[in-house]
Design a protein around this ligand. Structure first.
Ligand code: PLP
Length: 433
C-alpha cells in the first residue's frame, strides 16, 4: 500500500503532471479523476485510504510526501522522502526497510492500555501481560526493543524452539519475573533447556502440545529436582479462522483433546503435582478477521480453565494465543486482509468472556496472557522501493462527458454507450455491483 502512495508521490515530486495517475482514480466516487483539476493531497489520502489503514501512524504532508507518526499523533511527523534523501546521501539506496522503534513502543502501550481499560470496566481482579512471539520477527534489534519497551508493563516473550529459548535466556538474565512461554514441538533437549531455565529461576512455562511432552517434562523435573510450571494447549472445538486456520480446531495437529487433558490431569494428581498445572492456552488462528471467532474461542478456553480449576488444578494463567489482526486494507470488514473489530473491542471481549465464566463459577480470575505478534510488529517497518515506471490509459482520456470524449461522426455503438453510462454512474459503494 505504501508503494502505491510512494509512486503517487514520485509523480508529484518530479513535477510530472497528474495525467499518468492510475486510472483507478477515475472510479473514486465523489471526486472522479479530472485532468482539468490539479491533484491534491486529499485525493491521495482518499484514493489510498491512508487514514483507514494507517491508524494514525501514516499520513501525507502538505508537500505530498508520506509521513510516519511514531506516536500516531500529528505533529511529530517523519517525512519519508527526507529519510530516503538522507539515506542516499550516505550511499544507501532503495530498496530499503526502515524501522520505527517508537511505533513498537506505541503498539505495546496501546495493547496495555486497551487491556487496562477492559480490566477496569469489567472489575477484573487480575492483570494482563503480552508475550511477544519472537518467530514473528526474529531480528535481534526488534526482539530487544520489544523486550525493553515491554518492561514497564511486565510483558514477556514467547518462544517456539530451543534456539529461540537460548536467545531469550541471554536476554532475561536479570529479569527472572518476565514471563517466558514455550510453544512449538518440544524434543528432549528443548525440555531439558526449559527445566534448566526453571532451575535458574526464570518464570518459564512449557505448553504441552502433544502428550509425549508431558513425559519429558516429568523426566527432567525428576532428574534436576525442579518443580516445573506446566501449561497445556487445548484443541478447541471452535474452528480456527484467518491465516493458518488449520492450527486451531478439532483437526489441528497442535494441542490436546479434552480426554487427553483429563489424562494429563490424572497423571499430575497421582504425583501430587496439580499445583504445577498453571496455564491453559489456545491459539485460535492468525489474522483473525471476525470478532466472533475470538469470542467463541475464548469462551471455550475459559470453560476449560474453570473446570480444571474447580477440579483442583493450580491454574493461574489463561493464555489466549495470537491472532489479533491488522487492518491492512483499512476497510474494517471481515475480509482476509482486514478485521471487523478494534484492539479495544478485542481486549474488552477477551476480558469480559473470561470474567463472566469465572464469575458464574465463583472462581478466581486468572492472569490473562496474549501472544499477539503481527499486531505489535506490523506497523513499525516500511519497505521503500523505487517505482520504475507506470502505465496508464492516458492515450484515451475519458472525462465522462460523451460529447467531449467522442469526437466521431458515427453513433456510438451500444456497448460503448453502456460503458459510458457505467462510468458516469459508478461509485465506490456500487463498485462490485
Ligand atoms: C502459538 C502461536 N502464538 C502466537 C502466534 C502469533 O500470532 P499473531 O501474529 O497472529 O498474533 C502464532 C503464529 O501463528 C502462534 O502459532
Amino acid at each position: 500500500m505504501l508503494s502505491c502512495a510512494a509512486s503517487e508521490l514520485i509523480e508529484t515530486d518530479s513535477g510530472l503532471s497528474h495525467v499518468a495517475v492510475d486510472p483507478k482514480s477515475a472510479l473514486n466516487g465523489a471526486r472522479k479523476f479530472n485532468p482539468a483539476q490539479p491533484w491534491r493531497v486529499e485525493d491521495s489520502l482518499e484514493l489510498y485510504h491512508v487514514n483507514a489503514w494507517g491508524k494514525g501512524y501514516f499520513g501525507i504532508n502538505a508537500a505530498g510526501h508520506v509521513v510516519v507518526r511514531p506516536d500516531a499523533q500529528p505533529g511529530r511527523d517523519i517525512d519519508l522522502y527526507d529519510v530516503v534523501e538522507g539515506l542516499e546521501a550516505r550511499d544507501l539506496t532503495t530498496p530499503v526497510v526502515v524501522r520505527f522503534s517508537d511505533i513498537l513502543a506505541h503498539r505495546l502501550k496501546h495493547l496495555h492500555d486497551a487491556f487496562a481499560q477492559a480490566i477496569a470496566e469489567n472489575d477484573y481482579r487480575n492483570r494482563y501481560a503480552a508475550v511477544f512471539p519472537i518467530k514473528v520477527n526474529q531480528q535481534r534489534l526488534v526482539v530487544e526493543e520489544v523486550y525493553r519497551y515491554g518492561k514497564e508493563f511486565g510483558f514477556g516473550l514467547e518462544v517456539g524452539s530451543k534456539p529461540e529459548l537460548l536467545a531469550v535466556m541471554a536476554m532475561t538474565e536479570n529479569a527472572p519475573e518476565r514471563l517466558i512461554i514455550c510453544n512449538g514441538f518440544k524434543d528432549d533437549s528443548y525440555i531439558e533447556a526449559v527445566t534448566l531455565a526453571t532451575k535458574l529461576g526464570r518464570t518459564i512455562i512449557p505448553v504441552v502440545e502433544n502428550f509425549d511432552e508431558l513425559g519429558l517434562i516429568l523426566k527432567h523435573a525428576d532428574r534436576y529436582q525442579v518443580r516445573p510450571r506446566i501449561g497445556v494447549r487445548v484443541k478447541l472445538f471452535t474452528e480456527g479462522s484467518g491465516r493458518w486456520r488449520e492450527s486451531a480446531g478439532e483437526k489441528s495437529k497442535f494441542g490436546l483433546f479434552i480426554t487427553e487433558i483429563l489424562e494429563l490431569f490424572s497423571m499430575l494428581k497421582a504425583r501430587g503435582m496439580l499445583d504445577c498445572l498453571q496455564l491453559v492456552h489456545c491459539h485460535p488462528g492468525s489474522q483473525l478477521q471476525d470478532i466472533r471467532r475470538v469470542k467463541d474461542a475464548i469462551n471455550e478456553l475459559a470453560h476449560v480453565y474453570a473446570e480444571l480449576k474447580l477440579m483442583g488444578a493450580g491454574l493461574q494463567y489463561i493464555d489466549v494465543g495470537g491472532g489479533l489482526g491488522v487492518d491492512y486494507d483499512g476497510s474494517g470488514t471481515n475480509y482476509s486482509s482486514s478485521m471487523n473489530y478494534t484492539l479495544n473491542e478485542y481486549a474488552s471481549d477477551v476480558v469480559y468472556r473470561v470474567a463472566s465464566v469465572c464469575n458464574a463459577r465463583d472462581i478466581p480470575h486468572p492472569m490473562i496472557v496474549s501472544e499477539s505478534g503481527r499486531a505489535v510488529a506490523a506497523y513499525h517497518s516500511v519497505l521503500i522501493f523505487d517505482a520504475l515506471g507506470s502505465s496508464a490509459l492516458d492515450k484515451f482520456r475519458v472525462t465522462g462527458d460523451r460529447a467531449e470524449d467522442y469526437g466521431g461522426e458515427e453513433e456510438l455503438p451500444q456497448p460503448v454507450q453502456d460503458l459510458f453510462e457505467a462510468y458516469r454512474s459508478v461509485s465506490e459503494r456500487r463498485l462490485v455491483e
